[in-house]
Every structure is written in structure tokens, then in C-alpha cells.
Ligand binder design. Structure first.
Ligand code: ZN
Length: 300
């Protein structure tokens, strides 16, 4: 099924990276800049992430002996430094997720460079270490994102969906490791239901969502693949869903021959196996297109 699997450490069948995007209320301020301050219920729902759920996630990770990756908008790091401190002290990775969760492909190249740098500096300041990984808010990676990330010294991105296993993204400035994800391993389509965010999914039970997540895991285990999710503390950090996440990790550990690692560790491993010649990765050259399609403009 997978043509070019990555040789994983210690002969593991597959690698697993848990990522949590701690967006908090950044997304509400972006969606409703003029009146987010009075949308108190949604604000409370989103603040639940840094205020309540992050500590719970960190505690069960410690119990199970695993490290996760938290992708954090710079503004959220400044606003909720205590949550970031807990992540860093427990040895989790803090990655970059924009400044106020702005969508890179909706702004100009200069604006994207400005906000990405501002988010980078905010995380470096609060976490005490520059972020190495990046996920574009809403996966809205632009045709300029790769160069901007290379300029800032990032080691990997996890916004794209073009392969089953970690690989390289290349442009005229150099290359970057890509850790691909998928919408079926995101928790928004399974659970998120909120009027203010204009996102109204029918809500699934944790067990139904877990069946989707674990079927992806079983496939990756079978075929030496890579499993990377995108959960959110305000959503999958709630009690019943947190119990689901804990159960998933236990089942993965019980299955055996699984390498559960942070994004940074997986990216470093890919560089290592490329460097020692034991793996030749798939390479995506970006941008795929620059400008409108000529074929389409030629028609009537
Ligand atoms: Zn996000």
C-alpha cells in the first residue's frame, strides 16, 4: 500500500505523532474582531483549552510516558503563558501556529512574513526556545509559506496532506520536512458545533470518532506508515474525549512496535535516514502553480 515507507527507529512498524492546536479564543477574535468581547459563551468554550484541558492532557501523557506536540498561535502563548510553561516543563514540544490564527493564503506575502515572524518571536519568548515545527492555521498554507519557514529556520511543517509518510517540501530557498496529516484525524469534523464559529457538525460519540482514528492507526501499523492527528484542547481535552485519547494511546502501546514521538523527533529522524543513505524520500516541489491556469483563460 505504501510504496516508500520510512525505516522507523528500532524496527517499529509505524510512527505516531499526537499534535494539539491550542487555538483558544484567537479564532473568535479573528472571526469577529468587532464584538468577540461580548460573545462570552464561545469565549468560555475556547478558553477551556488553556485554562482546564492542557493540564489534564499533560497529566495523562506523564502517566503513559509519552510526549506530544502543541501547536500554539503566538498571541495565545502571550495570553496564556502558564499553559505554555506547563508544556515546556513536562518536556512537550511547543510548535508555531500563526500569531492570531490568521490564514496565510488569505493575506499578502509581506503580511504573512510579518505575522509568522511575530508568532515565532512570541513563542520563543514565552517557551524559552524558538519553535521548530509549524502548522498553518486552518491548514491555509500559502505558496509563500515554505520560503518564509525556511528563512526563519524551521525544521518541519505539518499542514499538508500530499503523502502517507514524512517527506520533503522543496523550493528555490531549500527544503523542509513535511509531516502529513489528514482531515479524518482532525477533531473538528467529528465534534465541533458552534454558531459563532459557523461550524455545525452533528456531534459524534468519542467511541465513534475513535473508530475512525484507530482504523487509520491499524492501516499505518499494517503498512509501515505514519499517523499524525490534529486535536484541540478545548474540544478533545473535555473529559469523555480525553478518556478516549488516553485509551487510544494505551491501545497503540499495547499493539507494540509503535514509535510515539513528537513532530520534532520524527523530523530529525527523517533527516537522519536521508543523511545516512538508508531512505530516499518523496519530494514535493512548491509552489505547485504560480498564477492562474492559462488553459482556463483560453476558453470562451
Ligand atoms: Zn488552529
Amino acid at each position: 500500500m505504501i510504496k516508500n515507507p520510512v525505516p522507523w527507529p528500532n524496527g517499529a512498524r509505524c510512527a505516531v505523532t499526537f499534535t494539539w492546536d491550542m487555538d483558544s479564543d484567537s479564532i473568535l477574535h479573528l472571526a469577529h474582531p468587532n464584538d468577540a468581547d461580548t460573545r462570552i459563551s464561545t469565549n468560555s468554550m475556547l478558553r477551556y483549552g488553556p485554562m482546564i484541558a492542557v493540564e489534564r492532557i499533560i497529566n495523562f501523557c506523564e502517566e503513559l510516558g509519552v510526549k506530544h506536540t502543541f501547536c500554539v498561535p503566538g498571541w495565545c502563548a502571550e495570553r496564556f503563558p502558564e499553559a505554555i510553561r506547563m508544556m515546556v516543563e513536562a518536556g512537550h514540544e511547543v510548535a508555531h501556529h500563526g500569531y492570531l490564527h490568521e490564514g496565510p493564503h488569505e493575506i499578502t506575502k509581506d503580511q504573512e512574513a510579518y505575522w509568522t515572524k511575530r508568532g515565532f518571536e512570541a513563542i520563543a519568548e514565552v517557551a524559552g526556545q524558538a519553535p521548530r515545527g509549524y502548522r498553518a492555521p486552518w491548514y491555509k498554507f500559502s505558496k509563500h509559506s515554505l520560503e518564509i519557514l525556511i528563512d526563519l529556520g524551521f525544521t518541519y511543517d505539518c499542514s499538508l496532506m500530499g503523502e502517507d509518510v514524512p517527506h520533503l517540501l522543496k523550493c528555490s530557498k531549500g527544503d523542509l520536512v513535511e509531516l502529513p496529516g489528514s482531515w479524518q484525524l482532525d477533531d473538528w469534523p467529528h465534534f465541533v458545533h458552534n454558531h459563532d464559529l459557523d461550524y455545525m457538525m452533528p456531534i459524534k460519540s468519542p467511541q465513534d470518532a475513535m473508530a475512525v482514528y484507530m482504523s487509520e492507526f491499524e492501516a499505518m501499523w499494517e503498512h509501515n506508515g505514519f499517523w499524525l492527528n490534529c486535536f484541540h484542547p478545548f474540544c478533545s481535552g473535555q473529559v469523555a474525549r480525553a478518556m478516549m485519547v488516553k485509551e487510544m494511546i494505551k491501545q497503540m502501546q499495547a499493539k507494540g512496535d509503535v514509535w510515539i514521538a513528537t513532530g520534532e523527533e520524527v523530523a530529525a529522524h527523517l533527516r537522519k535516514v536521508i543523511g545516512d543513505g538508508s531512505h530516499k524520500p518523496y519530494v514535493d516541489e512548491l509552489p505547485f502553480y504560480d498564477g492562474k491556469l492559462n488553459e482556463w483563460s483560453e476558453g470562451p
